[in-house]
Design a protein around this ligand. Structure first.
Ligand SMILES: *[C@@H]1O[C@H](CO)[C@@H](O)[C@H](O)[C@H]1NC(C)=O
Ligand SMILES: *[C@@H]1O[C@H](CO)[C@@H](O)[C@H](O)[C@H]1NC(C)=O
Ligand SMILES: *[C@@H]1O[C@H](CO)[C@@H](O)[C@H](O)[C@H]1NC(C)=O
Ligand SMILES: *[C@@H]1O[C@H](CO)[C@@H](O)[C@H](O)[C@H]1NC(C)=O
Ligand SMILES: *[C@@H]1O[C@H](CO)[C@@H](O)[C@H](O)[C@H]1NC(C)=O
Ligand SMILES: *[C@@H]1O[C@H](CO)[C@@H](O)[C@H](O)[C@H]1NC(C)=O
Length: 504
């Protein structure tokens, strides 16, 4: 048992100082940003710059600084309309490499008249929050990866592993652990806006975890808001105030069901429809498949046990991207026939954006207010997960719920308000009807706090509007950035292509 301050206090509210306005450091950036080539392997016309910001905005006698790496994807059209900042979520996704992947998708949606700007948020890039720089045996990488639904003993194991993760991160990163988090990153954003030397106003498009950052910066700096788009919205109240964030799985079952219904509706493009002709039939086959993986998992290549955790995370991840649904159907069809090759092949395909070590833990866990040394204190939140999703209720428990509850760092500053704010200009908030991780209900929740904001419903599937694009949604975002006009309240946009359409 590890003796800690949190242990003495039980469920304790953060001891982090609530920074009062007079102690906040303010810098000016008369030299602006000096743009030059990026040290990145790309043919995109990007430029890079560095910006020095305070390491600790809340302590005027601490003169240490942090150098932010900033990237620009220049406007393609004239006359330029200023810059739009982008953040790609996680939280913990880097800005520079992610820009290379996202700018070609996001720039056309904005209309092309704005420079797109991103930066490696503190805890990523050159300040990477890496709790185990060496992990030759993969021991640490394996912690927290069991699904709680896989065995009666799994929740206890995940809790113990969460303690190991929290302790290891603390020992490795004592010097920086309190200086990451959304509030300081929001101040870094305002520093970038100031250094850009434009009108001093924030234009921003945040996706996924970038929406919690967007909610935070808008609530902390409402007078700086020119245009802010939140796309794939997280419930920022749950992010700060609960051990877990059960609302994240509010639409996961519905998205999974849409996968099955979409398959039955397009049998020519879905391998699972060969032997299943109704939704009910396919759903029971999937339930049996999950049960088989729990009770009698297959062995691959004489050495690898395909546990339920494996199947569940594979399906969950694929639900993010409808373009991968035909491939998911092929993998699952293989499994029903005892053929593991299709799923092995699709798992070994790497992603375009490098993994961000434990940045998500550094930022998210430090930002959370609650700590405890008793698993029982998480009971209410864990039950809420169980009530929210029948198929994926245990998502994220090992990855952040368990470590965060036992986290030893506290973000030096947190946004402590209630997100009921009137911003200088109204915000545009967009949610997908079937998003497996940032449901529409969270977008509605945040929209109700930001006075004058409009909620646009993207009647599509997957994570973020980009994953099943809609000209209607893209036009709404573009008109907002170019003309400042918001869609009519209640607007619903349809995606360009139906599910399982080969043209998509
Ligand atoms: C740069 O990217 C190209 C194309 O993706 C790749 O073939 C090449 O190996 C990369 N070079 C380096 C130094 O990473
Ligand atoms: C503020 O910074 C000074 C100088 O580094 C340090 O001695 C002091 O402990 C810091 N105070 C807090 C509250 O972190
Ligand atoms: C930072 O503060 C320390 C101690 O307060 C001082 O010795 C040092 O010169 C300062 N550095 C700068 C760059 O101002
Ligand atoms: C299958 O097992 C063999 C021998 O254990 C190993 O060399 C090979 O890499 C494995 N193949 C895959 C795809 O895991
Ligand atoms: C938003 O979500 C929080 C946390 O779940 C909840 O307490 C609050 O009542 C919700 N607000 C609205 C307006 O739905
Ligand atoms: C969407 O916009 C593109 C480009 O303007 C156009 O080619 C395509 O036909 C549009 N699709 C739909 C469904 O409106």
């Amino acid at each position: 048992m590890v003796f800690s301050l949190a242990a003495i206090l039980g469920v304790a509210l953060s001891l982090a100082v609530e920074a009062s306005a007079k102690t906040i450091r303010r810098e000016t950036y008369p030299q602006g940003l000096q743009w030059g080539p990026c040290k990145l392997n790309t043919t995109l016309p990007v430029q890079c710059a560095k910006l020095t910001v305070p390491l600790d905005y809340t302590n005027n006698s601490d003169n240490r600084t942090l150098t932010l790496n900033v990237i620009k994807y220049p406007a393609q059209k004239e006359p330029k309309r200023g810059s739009i900042l982008l953040n790609f979520g996680g939280p913990g996704q880097d800005g520079l490499n992610s820009m290379l992947a996202y700018a070609p998708l996001q720039a056309p949606v904005t209309g092309g008249y704005h420079d797109l700007i991103s930066w490696d948020p503190r805890g990523t890039g050159n300040t990477l929050f890496n709790c185990w720089p060496q992990d030759p045996t993969g021991y640490f990488a394996g912690l927290g990866s069991t699904q709680a639904s896989s065995a009666d003993t799994a929740t206890g194991k995940l809790w113990a592993e969460g303690e190991i993760i929290a302790e290891t991160c603390y020992n490795q990163l004592k010097d920086i652990g309190d200086y990451v988090g959304m509030a300081f990153t929001a101040r870094d954003m305002i520093a970038i806006v100031d250094a850009l030397g434009e009108d001093g106003m924030l234009r921003y498009w945040g996706i996924s975890g970038g929406t919690t950052l967007g909610s935070t910066v808008a609530a902390m700096f409402p007078d700086r808001v020119d245009k802010v788009v939140l796309d794939g919205v997280m419930n920022a109240h749950q992010y700060y105030n609960m051990f877990g964030e059960p609302e994240m799985v509010a639409a996961t079952d519905a998205t999974w069901e849409q996968f099955m219904r979409g398959c039955i509706a397009a049998p020519q493009n879905c391998a699972l429809a060969r032997n299943h002709h109704t939704f009910q039939d396919l759903e029971s086959a999937m339930r049996r498949l999950f049960d088989t993986f729990r009770n009698n998992p297959p062995v691959y290549n004489g050495s690898l046990v395909f546990e339920l955790s494996f199947l569940e995370s594979h399906v969950y991840n694929a639900l993010y991207s409808p373009s991968k649904w035909p491939q998911l159907a092929t993998s699952l069809d293989g499994l029903l026939r005892g053929d593991l090759e299709p799923i092995v092949a699709s798992i070994s395909e790497g992603g375009a954006i490098p993994s961000q070590a434990q940045a998500i833990l550094g930022i998210r866990c430090g930002d959370k207010k609650l700590r405890t040394d008793k698993l029982a204190d998480l009971g209410a939140d864990l039950n809420q997960y169980r009530r929210t999703s029948r198929w994926f209720w245990d998502w994220g428990w090992g990855y952040y719920v368990m470590p965060c509850a036992q986290w030893k760092f506290h973000a030096k500053e947190r946004y402590n308000g209630d997100f009921r704010v009137k911003t200088k200009n109204p915000m545009l908030i967009v949610g997908n009807t079937y998003d497996p991780v940032t449901p529409l209900v969270s977008a509605r929740n945040m929209s109700e706090g930001f006075e004058g904001s409009v909620l646009l419903t993207h009647n599509g599937h997957g994570h973020l509007t980009l994953s099943q694009p809609s000209n209607c949604t893209n036009t709404a975002i573009q008109r907002y950035f170019l003309e400042g006009t918001l869609p009519d309240p209640g607007t619903v946009c349809e995606p360009n292509f139906p599910l399982f359409d080969p043209a998509a």
